[in-house]
Design a protein around this ligand. Structure first.
Ligand code: 3UK
Length: 510
């Protein structure tokens, strides 16, 4: 199906210019409205590729760290690295020196391209990293900045003739518990990801305008906001900052049609949707954590749009279980995306029948290869990747999320999935956000505890707690109700919108 040699920068970018479509809008800087055509992005990427090869001595296979918020310049740097046959290692903008040091050491980074606005933490990390040979700042007016170096270069560049199986991305997932895990993806994975989920579940077209919140350093953002729009010749609006109150007006301003963000962001946007013109939107994708049925309904009531949910992971590059908007089933993630296989395994590794909760295993054309051999041995068997999620397959063949495997709560002999209790609570009109964990209890082993953020104007207290408990008991099996409820102003979340249940656990054990 794939040629032996290919450079994915050609499939995604160069081929459009070769086909005479270079004048089409490609990347837009959300803050300024500055728009680059396909030809302009290509020319910029080519100039930077010359800098990498001629000035910095990058050779194929070198690992190049990329640090910055989502901007057209960052997109150009990403393509430059890939065109030069090197490996792009995206890093989340909020990472500190300590975490950057880990990434630099684990991925054996030799060069870095860094947005000047985020130079500080990388400079600190560099002191600990003798193997990091050069750091060049972009979006910079300095004499040794990337723009000064690239201005003199030719806008044409012959891509390095890479093998389809050559690595071009190392992506790190912080995981939900700390230690960053590095995973490798090659040119073929990138093209395969563009040919599986997007045509089957998203079905975007060249006129679409993509927008969203995930950083390009997160493969959810890299796919949704760069690879997928370019693979169909569409345009993409890159926002340096994409909190709900920034994303909403940006959707209206750019008449965006396809939105990628996490459930928590959809909940926050739904509350303010009426004040913005969202009539351009036609596809809304949710990933990163489970999409509760109540959130799907909230967004549909606010915008009329049936969301597309999908579970993906850094290991698998992008989404592998999902559905299109006409096959949504509230509360379920969907079915295996064409090209992927998924099943639910029991403790002995046997495939479980429908209705039983077990470990999700997935196999497909985009993964999974860890940097670390020990992880590879523990999480990948005969090509099957254990994602760390507990799932069940329902009678209709839909995969239904339960919890992260290590987040299951055992209380009084019952297995309780925190996210199911969260979904029940989120359906209550007073609840804006919530997180459910198990806390130690002498009598029951663990009890279910909910952390609740109320909507504006709602009053916390024992009366509210009782009302929420009764509400849960009336919605799901009564033994699952939260025996303890704590009201909070906000919940701890990762930069990608994932609830950090481990932090809630730490906070309640001290
Ligand atoms: C959880 C979901 C239920 C699940 C990601 C889309 O999130 C992404 O990658 P990460 O490596 O985390 C993977 C884990 O996140 N998860 C993600 N989506 C869903 N749980 N329903 C969902 N729809 O625990 C999974 O194992 O950070 C998502 C595309 C690319 C990605 N990297």
């Amino acid at each position: 199906q794939f040629p032996e040699r290919m450079n994915c920068a050609h499939e995604l970018l160069d081929r459009w210019i070769a086909a005479g479509q270079g004048g089409k809008p490609c990347v837009v800087a959300g803050a300024s409205g500055e728009s680059w055509s396909y030809a302009e992005l290509q020319a910029e990427a080519n100039r930077i590729a010359h800098v990498l090869v001629e000035d910095l001595g990058v050779v194929p296979g070198n690992r190049v760290l990329l640090r910055g918020a989502n901007t057209p310049q960052m997109a150009a740097c990403w393509f430059a690295i890939v065109k030069a046959g090197a490996i792009a290692v995206g890093t989340m903008p909020l990472l500190r020196a300590k975490e950057l040091t880990q990434v630099i050491q684990k991925a054996r980074i030799s060069h870095a391209l860094c947005d000047e606005r985020l130079a500080e933490e990388l400079a600190k990390a560099r002191e600990q990293c003798p193997t990091l040979r050069s750091v060049v700042h972009y979006r910079s007016t300095a004499a040794d900045g990337l723009e000064a170096l690239s201005a003199a270069k030719s806008p044409s560049f012959t891509n390095v003739d890479t093998a389809a199986e050559d690595c071009c991305i190392i992506a790190f997932t912080s995981g939900t518990t700390g230690q960053p895990k590095g995973t490798m993806h090659n040119h073929r994975d990138v093209v395969a990801a563009c040919r599986c989920w997007p045509p089957h579940c998203l079905r975007a077209v060249a006129d679409d305008v993509f927008i969203g919140s995930p950083p390009l350093a997160f493969t959810f953002g890299l796919g949704g906001l760069l690879l997928f729009p370019l693979s169909v010749g569409a345009s993409t609006v890159l926002l340096e900052q994409a909190a709900p109150d920034v994303l909403l007006p940006a959707i209206a301003k750019y008449r965006a049609t396809v939105c990628f963000t996490a459930p928590t962001s959809y909940r926050a946007m739904a509350a303010q949707a009426a004040q913005h013109d969202l009539s351009s939107l036609r596809k809304c994708v949710s990933a990163g954590e489970a999409l509760p049925a109540a959130t799907r309904k909230l967004w549909k009531d606010a915008t009329g749009i049936e969301m597309i949910d999908g579970i993906g992971s850094t290991e698998m590059l992008h989404i592998f279980i999902s559905h299109d908007e006409s096959n949504a089933k509230p509360g379920a993630t969907g079915k295996a995306v064409p090209g992927y296989r998924a099943c639910v395994l029991g403790d002995e590794g046997q495939v479980l029948p429908a209705g039983q909760v077990g470990r999700l295993a997935v196999m497909g054309p985009t993964g999974c290869r860890y940097l670390d051999d020990e992880r590879q041995a523990n999480y990948v068997a005969q090509g099957w990747n254990l994602t760390g999620d507990a799932y069940l397959l329902d009678a209709d063949g839909y995969f239904v999320y339960q919890a992260r495997t290590d987040d299951m709560i055992i209380s009084g002999g019952y297995n309780i999935a925190g996210p199911e209790v969260e979904s029940a609570l989120l359906a209550h009109p007073a609840v804006a956000e919530c997180g459910v964990i198990g806390v130690a209890d002498e009598e029951r082993g663990q009890i279910v505890k909910a952390f609740v953020v109320l909507r504006e104007g709602r009053v916390p207290g024992s009366e509210m707690a009782k009302a929420l408990q009764d509400y849960v008991k009336a919605t799901i099996a009564p033994y699952k109700y939260p025996r303890a409820i704590e009201f909070r102003a906000a919940l701890p979340r990762t930069e990608t919108g994932k609830l950090q249940r481990f932090r809630l656990r730490q906070e309640s054990s001290t």
